[in-house]
Design a protein around this ligand. Sequence first.
Ligand code: NI
Length: 174
Amino acid sequence: MTRIATKKRLVYYGSQALREKARAIKDIDDGLIDLIESMFNIMYRANGIGLAAPQVDVGSRLIVLDLEHYQGPAMALINPVITKRSTILDPYEEGCLSVPGITAEIMRPVEISVKAVSPEGKELAFDADGLLARVIQHEVDHLDGVLFIDYLEDFARKELTQELKKIKKMNKAS
Ligand code: NI
């Protein structure tokens, strides 16, 4: 049987895909493995360090990340769940491939515990801190329809209105 690879592309702020709650993944099949591969490719092409499936218009609970430039791991996480968050928060300047050109300092828990499934079907449970914790929290937010700019105070988000309008139009350009 031939596999028909559908071409995946990034969607941007304003896309409904970024506002929906993604569904749990039930089977690790060829389609999923293909999706993981294209997500890594799209992320690398855009010089990103993390990407969630809704950002390529797929409503599945899947994230990929690569922190090798920061002496961190590269991984794909299926159905990731944050099971614990430290009460200590830290600020960090975040950006997002779906909200290009905008960065903002966001407060998040410093340490988290994560459960997920690997592409090989292995159950994973690990603790993360630093940039890894940051990226996982940002990407898991995407699976719940949350963007980093949602954490900004109203006045700060208002200042971005013009830029966000421009980004919205990127969804129509192809
Ligand atoms: Ni993002």
